[in-house]
Design a protein around this ligand. Sequence first.
Ligand SMILES: Cc1cc2nc3c(=O)[nH]c(=O)nc-3n(C[C@H](O)[C@H](O)[C@H](O)COP(=O)(O)OP(=O)(O)OC[C@H]3O[C@@H](n4cnc5c(N)ncnc54)[C@H](O)[C@@H]3O)c2cc1C
Length: 652
Amino acid sequence: MKSSLEAPEKQIAEETSAKSARGTDSSGGEPQTQASVIDTSKMSAGKAAALDLAESSRDPLDERGSFASNLFIGRFDFDRISPWPSQSAEDRAAGAEFLAQLKAYLHENVDADEIDRTGEIPQKNIDELFAMGAFAIKIPKQYGGLGLSQVNYGRAAMLLGSWDANLTALVSAHQSIGVPQPLLLFGTEEQKAKYLPRVARHEISAFALTEAHAGSDPATMSLQADPTPDGSAFILNGEKLWCTNGLKAGVLVVMAKTAPKIVNGKERKQITAFIVDVDTPGLTMPHRCHFMGLRALYNGVVNFKDVRVPRENIIAGEGKGLKVALTTLNTGRLTIPAACVGLCKRLLEISRKWASERVQWGVPIGQHYAIAGKIAEMAGNTFAMEAITFLTSALVDRKAGDLRIETAMCKMWSTEMTWKIADDAMQVRGGRGYETAQSLKARGDEPTAVERFLRDCRINTIFEGSSEIMRLFIAREALDPHLKVGGAIFNTQLPMATRIKSMFSSGSFYTRWYPKQWFGGNPGNLDHLHADLRGYLNYGASTSKRLARGLFHAMMRFGPKLDREQLLLSRFVGVATELFAISATCSFAQSKIDAGEPAAEVLSLAHYFCRSARSRIDHHFAGTSRNADQRGYDLTQELLAGKHENLRKGIV
Ligand SMILES: Cc1cc2nc3c(=O)[nH]c(=O)nc-3n(C[C@H](O)[C@H](O)[C@H](O)COP(=O)(O)OP(=O)(O)OC[C@H]3O[C@@H](n4cnc5c(N)ncnc54)[C@H](O)[C@@H]3O)c2cc1C
C-alpha cells in the first residue's frame, strides 16, 4: 500500500524541489517567494507587505517533509518516529551530573514563592547557576559551555519548569532566543569567539523584537538602523517593548529596520539582526514592566537614541534579521514545552495527593467522577506532552530534517494543555488552590502554590509565537505542497497563460493523488509494537488521509480566500496536532514497555490519551462542516462597528 502512495507524493516533492531549484519568478529577478504564489492582490497593502516580508524570510520546507508535515498530504511515516529515538547512554551520562546538580540546587537554594512575592531573583542564585553552567547548557565546551544536547537541555528546562517559572524564563530567554542560539546558528567565528564565552559564564543576554506597534506582525517595526557615512557602523534609533532579561542583560540581539530593497519593482522592508552591548552610549531602559505572573521577570522597555553598533555585529548579513529570528525560534520554541512538562508533572502530583487525602461526602474527592476525570486528563496529557516534546528534541539532536511544524505543534499544544491542567489543578484544590502559598502557610496549611503556577503559565500561549500565530504558521506550511503544485491557479496577479498552464499541470497531479486519499492508510510495519497500540496507528494512517482530503476540499471551496478561513484551518491544524500526539505517545509508550516499565500502567496512560485525542479529532472534523464561524465573524464586525449597544448597558 505504501509504495502505491509514494508516486504522487514523490511528485509533490519533485515538483516542489524543481520549482525551488528554478527559484526565479516570471520577471526573472528575485528568488520566487511564496508571496508570489499566494494571491495578495485582494489584501490590504499592510497585510500584503507583512506577508511579503514573512515569506521572503521563510526557508522552503525540506522536500522530504517531516512526520507532522506529511500528515497534511495523507502520508503517515510512522517509521520516522518509531522505534523511539532513545537518548544514547553517552548523551545521558554527559548530562547526568549537571542535571543532578541542578535538581538539588533548585530544591535546596531556590525559594520560588519568595521570588514571586518580592519580584526579585537573588543575585546569589544567578551567580551560582552561572557557575554551574545553567546559562550555557548547549554552548559548546570550546566557548566555555557545557556542550550538552537538546534532550539534556529539555530535561534541564523540565526541572526548572517544575520549580520556578521566573528562573525558567531567565535561563530560557537567555539561551533559547538570546545571544547564544542565533550565534550558534548564524554567527561568524569572530562573533562566537567574542560573545559566547561572555554569555556562557557571566553575562545575561536577551532578544528584542517586539515594539509597541509591532507584536505578532514584525513588518510594522520602526526601530531604525542607518549606516554611518563611512559604512563602518549603524546608528539605531527607536524603542523596543517587553524585552525579557533586558534589565539584567549585558548584551542583546536587536532586530531593526535597515534600508529597503527594491524587489520586482516594489519596495520590500529589510530587517537586520544586531548584537548590541547594553553599555553602548544612548541605550537606556526607562521602564521595568510588571505582569500578572512571572513577577520577577527582568522585562522592560529598551530605548535607543543614536546608539552606534559596529557593522561586524550584524548577524547573518543585512536584511536577514527576520530569518534569524524565525530560525532561532524554530528550535528555541522547544524550551517552553519542556518547562510545561515539568510544571504539569508537579501539578499532577499536587492534584493526585490532594484528591486521595481530601475527603468530602464520605470519600476521597478523587473517587468522585468529576474530579477523577480531571486527574485522568492531566495524566494522559502530561504523558503525551512529554512524548511530543522529547521526541522532537531527540530528532533535533539527530538532525532529522526540518522540524518547524513539530516544534510549533509542541509549543501550541503544550502551552494550551498546560493552562487547562493548571486550571483543573486549581479546581481540584478548591479554595486552597486560589489561596496564596504565604497565606496557607501563615494559617498552618501546606503552602502549595497552585495560584502562582496558574498565573505564571498563562503567558506561555502568548509569547514566542502566540497560539493563533502558531496555527497560521502550521497551516501555511501545511498548504505549502499544494501551493507549489497548484497555487498559481488562484493567483490573479499572474498572467492568464501561466494560470491556465498551472491548471493543466496540477490537474494531472491531482487526478493521481486525490483518489489515493480515499483508500486505506497504512502505518507500515507495526510488529515491534504492543498489540494494544496498533489500532491507534491504523487510525492515524487513515485519519491523515481524511485530513488531506478535507484540506483539499477546503482549497477547492475557498480558493485564494482560504487564508482568511482561520477557524477552519485551525481545525485541520488541530486534527494534525492530535494525530502527531497520538503517534508520539504510542512510540513513547512502547519505549517505556521495552525499558521494563510495567506495561499495564504505560498502556493505561496511552489508552486514555489516544481515546480522548480521538474524540477531540471527531470534534474538529465535525466543526469543518457544521459551525457558526461566519455568523460569529459577522457578529464581531457588528460589535466592532459599535452596534449592540444594549450589551454595554448595566455596567459601571
Ligand atoms: C511577559 C512577556 C515577555 C515577553 N518577552 C519578549 C522578549 O523577550 N522579546 C520580544 O521581542 N518580545 C517579547 N514579548 C512580546 C511577545 O512576544 C508579544 O506579546 C507577542 O508576540 C504578541 O504580540 P502582542 O502582544 O503585541 O499582540 P498582538 O500581535 O497585538 O496580538 C493580539 C492578539 O491578536 C492575535 N493576532 C495577531 N495577529 C493575528 C492574525 N494575523 N491572525 C489571528 N490572530 C492574530 C494574537 O495572537 C493575540 O491573541 C513578551 C511579552 C510579554 C507579555
